[in-house]
Design a protein around this ligand. Structure first.
Ligand code: DGP
Length: 113
């Protein structure tokens, strides 16, 4: 069974897509936790950061580079933003397909909840 994010990649489920290339897709989170809340998702269906191997080095680096570019395009680069990767149950992960949250447009707090 494909993950919900793979279904977005295949256009089986609609999403507000902000970027896409051969390795990743980026779209607005359906339940935003900040004025800007964008997900950056590898097209390879890696379940979680706990499942990453050395083969994923290029993909994971790519996600971070694209998140930086998207933040610049969305105008939150200078003001600042947070990148989050929730991992497994105690990490708060709810979708079993690695994704990076790009959050911005408001002051972030530390420590996170
Ligand atoms: P996480 O809890 O870290 O696994 O984050 C999953 C995020 O995915 C959560 O913030 C809500 C978002 N999400 C779940 N289903 C959909 C969907 O169908 N479309 C979009 N755009 N976002 C989704």
């Amino acid at each position: 069974m494909s993950s919900i994010f793979t279904r977005i990649i295949k256009r089986e489920i609609p999403a507000v897509i902000v970027y896409e290339d051969d390795l990743c897709i980026s779209f607005r989170d359906i339940d935003p936790k900040a004025p800007q809340h964008i997900l950056v998702v590898p097209k390879k269906e890696i379940k979680s950061m706990a499942d990453v191997t050395e083969d994923d080095e290029l993909i994971l680096g790519h996600l971070l580079v694209k998140a930086s570019e998207i933040a610049r395009e969305q105008g939150i680069s200078d003001s600042g933003y947070r990148i989050v990767i929730n991992t497994n149950k105690e990490g708060g992960q709810t979708v079993g397909h690695v994704h990076l949250h790009l959050l911005g447009g408001r002051q972030m707090e530390w420590p996170p909840g």
